[in-house]
Design a protein around this ligand. Structure first.
Ligand code: CBF
Length: 813
């Protein structure tokens, strides 16, 4: 047990560096089983993490007891993705033990920073949706909202991206390979999850589901400590295991492969995040994954509830369940199934309880991301749920018919033409609240995808603009800026990010500005070293660092940025003697493995980078860094170093964005369209401190409705035409002139994402950025105003909003 003095309520107990040093040594010997002289960097990192974990565990027990004793309503956050990244530094900072840990490391002769880098980056998510879930875990713990996050413990998270000759290559990610310090396996906490088979009724109200496949969901718990370690919630991830470990009979007959068949089948469910679902097998696996974690979570929620309560009808008083996107939308049918089949409530009773417990967050309006399931597949995998969804559909339509409202019945059906289940509709109908993730997105939800539902249930849709945790996204990743803020305004901003505005008054203070600029410069030097280490490219840290980091997707319009890069390259070549503002364009992002055009755009970025970076005429005026394997850890290095944040999606298509918030908080100025949360960022930082360009969401809708002709736009704009021509004339692909024909053809013929329509406005705005960046003092002043004006985008504020408007929960302290 480590020597520590009890702190006052809400304060971390004090831990001495010497005691901590001894604890690390003890972990190395007794948990890792290594002598210091033989220990590898991984061993030390494991010992360090285990010693820090001990500091979390007692607080965790206390929090769990307090949640049970307080009998407060509990939040259950169901998400296919939790993009948690590395946890060691997060825990150390949140517990307030950084100086002791650093001193202990120094005494042990190990480098703390190097230890941090030994931890694998838990990539259990794809992008914004999964990172949002991780920020929410931090905020719920920080605010003392009793909560569990529920998801899948994938053996392999999001693939590792490598570039081979500039093409994306996907390799399996292996975060579990060298052990995991943060999780506890709960072998006893296991639930059976069934698939397929037949349903029968006994004629006296009982229903039996005879499944033809059953697996076991086993819990793995990770404690998530909030700021100052005041409260610790649990992230519970489910691993899929066979019910019988081995078919010994077959094994003893020498049939080794088929003896292990059931194990392989069961374990496949939690093997990979987002398996390719273009095949029938892939689709079935995806449906099974969604049901697997939803069912296990709901069984667990009910077990927890019944530990302290006995009336299942009062479930909504104690339980708020959030469906993060449509992936867990099967929860509507599963909760009804449990209530009706296991607890013998009638369907109407079960439906009422279900819709008081569940809520749904919509994260996109793009039809391809609103899941639909073929009814034949669904009936095969989940026959009982199919019956329940048919009942919900019928019941809900009947309810509407009686109300004589101006909606089309076809539009509000959950099962479309008898052949597809619309999971967004199921989630909507089965929820107490449905929320969008930015003001614009929520408005568009009401006007488009959920228009008819909004007429039926006008109070159901609410807005909860996304947020980010200031702990990871400033305090931890930007130590220079953190120190400056602590010196200037104390640490109140870490608890309440809106207080960061207290530093706005220093924007015109020369000494503060100088220190702010120095912190930025140090971050840029760190990133420059990282770029060189990763791709061998040397960049000048005093150039403008222009950053676009996000999933590769056509609507995010990396292509617009690349075309502007080409146009700038051509302009510099034409007049190298002119006064250019040196710029480094930094790209990071993965394309979904089956998304061919996005993968080609990655290749284009790499081809352009190769030519630009090796052109002696260009020199340091322009460099292009395309960084492979963008993930949370890399983001933590890029974001603090950015000068310019590219948020250039086609207006109306980015639900919110959260990278935009992280970059602004770290002092980058945004160049962006009026899309997603950019709109709210612009309102807060003011028009002088952001670069807004291009079509609005209304313009986009109007243009698409009238029919857009990219031909005319391209023909009338020589800069744009020059850039597109260079793409297809082999300037960047001398080995294969036709490589980007398809990309260019799309621009000429349809240009659904309106890259060409926004090009000129974007190009001109970038030239204004060039001019503005030369006035370093003024730029820093605006950078400070970005940092200090975006405190509202803390995920603490978002969680307060959910707690009040969506869940009806209160903090336990
Ligand atoms: O709400 C979180 C994020 O979710 C997405 O990443 C998503 O997966 N649908 C959206 O694309 C983002 O706009 C949003 O910020």
């Amino acid at each position: 047990m480590i020597e520590e003095a009890a702190g006052s309520a809400g304060q971390p107990r004090t831990l001495t560096a010497a005691a901590f040093r001894d604890a690390v040594r003890a972990k190395l010997a007794y948990a890792v089983g290594k002598d210091p002289s033989r220990a590898t960097a991984k061993d030390w990192s494991m010992a360090l993490s285990l010693a820090v974990r001990d500091q979390v565990v007692e607080r965790w027990f206390e929090s769990t007891k307090a949640s049970h004793a307080g009998q407060k309503k509990h939040v259950y956050y169901l998400s296919m993705e939790f993009l948690i990244g590395r946890l060691l530094n997060d825990a150390v900072c949140n517990l307030g033990i950084e100086s002791q840990v650093r001193s202990a490391c120094a005494e042990l002769g190990i480098d703390y920073q190097a230890q941090l880098e030994q931890e694998s980056d838990a990539a259990l998510g794809n992008g914004g949706l999964g990172r949002l879930a991780a920020c929410f875990l931090d905020s719920m713990s920080t605010l003392g909202i009793p909560a569990h996050g529920y998801g899948i413990r994938y053996d392999h998270g999001l693939f590792r991206q490598r570039f081979h000759d500039g093409w994306q290559v996907e390799e399996p990610e292996d975060w579990l390979v060298s052990g995991r310090a943060w999780e506890f396996e709960r072998a006893e906490m296991a639930y059976l999850v069934k698939f397929g088979g037949q349903i029968s009724f006994d004629g006296h109200g009982a229903t039996y589901w005879r499944a033809d496949e059953t697996v076991k969901a086993v819990a793995y718990d990770t404690p998530i400590a909030g700021w100052r370690g005041r409260h610790v919630n649990t992230l519970r991830l489910w691993a899929s295991r066979p019910v019988e470990v081995l078919d010994l009979g077959r094994f003893n007959h020498g049939d080794y492969m088929s003896a292990a068949e059931k194990t392989i089948r069961a374990e496949t469910i939690s093997r990979v995040l987002y398996p390719d679902d273009t095949t029938a097998e892939g689709k079935e696996l995806r449906l099974k994954q969604e049901y697997f974690f939803t069912s296990a979570s709901l069984q667990d929620i009910i077990r927890r509830y019944l530990e302290d309560n006995d009336d299942i009808r009062k479930l909504p008083d104690q339980v708020a369940i959030q469906m993060n996107d449509t992936h867990p939308a099967i929860a509507v049918a599963e909760l009804m199934r449990i209530l009706a089949d296991d607890y013998r409530l009638t369907f109407p009773e079960a439906f009422e309880i279900t819709r008081q417990c569940l809520s749904y967050t919509n994260h996109t309006l793009m039809p391809e991301a609103l899941e639909r399931w073929n009814t034949n597949l669904f009936r095969k995998v989940l026959p009982r749920h199919m019956q329940i969804i048919e009942w919900i559909d019928y019941h809900h339509l009947a309810e509407v018919q009686g109300r004589n409202l101006p909606v089309s019945l076809d539009a509000i059906r959950i099962i479309e033409w008898g052949s597809e289940i619309k999971m967004g509709s199921l989630a909507f109908v089965g929820s107490r609240r449905v929320n969008g993730v930015s003001a614009l997105h929520t408005e568009l939800m009401k006007q488009t995808v959920f228009k008819d539902y909004h007429v039926l249930y006008p109070d159901r849709i609410v807005n909860e603009t996304n947020g980010i945790t200031p702990r990871r996204w400033l305090y931890e990743c930007n130590p220079g800026l953190r120190a400056l803020l602590l010196e200037a305004i104390g640490d109140g901003w870490v608890d309440n990010l809106e207080r960061i505005e207290e530093a706005a008054k220093f924007a015109t203070d020369a000494s503060f500005r100088e220190k702010f600029a120095a912190a930025k410069k140090a971050n840029k030097v760190r990133l420059a070293a990282e770029i060189e280490r990763r791709i061998g490219l040397r960049v000048d840290p005093s150039a403008l660092f222009d950053v676009q980091i996000k999933r590769m997707h056509e609507y995010k319009r990396q292509l617009l940025n690349i075309l502007e890069t080409i146009a700038l390259y051509q302009a510099i070549r034409r007049g190298p003697g002119a006064e250019w503002t040196p710029r480094v364009k930094i790209f990071g992002g993965k394309a979904a493995p089956g998304y061919q055009i996005a993968k080609r755009i990655i290749k284009l970025a790499n081809d352009v980078a190769r030519v630009v970076n090796n052109d002696p005429i260009i020199g340091d005026r322009l460099k292009v860094a395309v960084l492979p394997n963008y993930n949370v850890s890399l983001a933590e290095v890029i974001i603090p170093a950015a000068d310019l944040s590219e948020q250039i999606s086609t207006a109306g298509m980015e639900a919110s964005g959260t990278g935009n918030m992280k970059l602004a908080l770290n002092g980058a100025l945004t160049i962006g369209t009026l899309d997603g949360a950019n709109v709210e960022i612009a309102e807060r930082v003011g028009p002088d401190n952001i670069y807004i360009f291009g079509l609005t969401a209304d313009d986009v809708a109007g243009l698409r409705q009238r029919g857009y002709n990219p031909n005319a736009t391209i023909d009338s704009d020589p800069t744009l035409k020059g850039a597109i021509d260079a793409m297809v004339n082999g300037t960047f692909s001398p080995d294969d002139h036709g490589r980007f024909n398809e990309v260019a053809d799309r621009l000429w013929h349809t240009d659904w994402f309106l890259v060409t329509a926004d090009f000129q406005s974007y190009f001109q705005t970038q030239r204004t950025v060039d001019l503005d960046y030369r006035d370093k003092n003024r730029w820093t002043e605006r950078s400070i105003l970005n940092t200090t004006k975006v405190g509202w985008f803390s995920s603490d504020r978002t969680i307060r909003g959910y707690s009040k408007d969506v869940w009806g929960v209160e903090p336990i302290f």
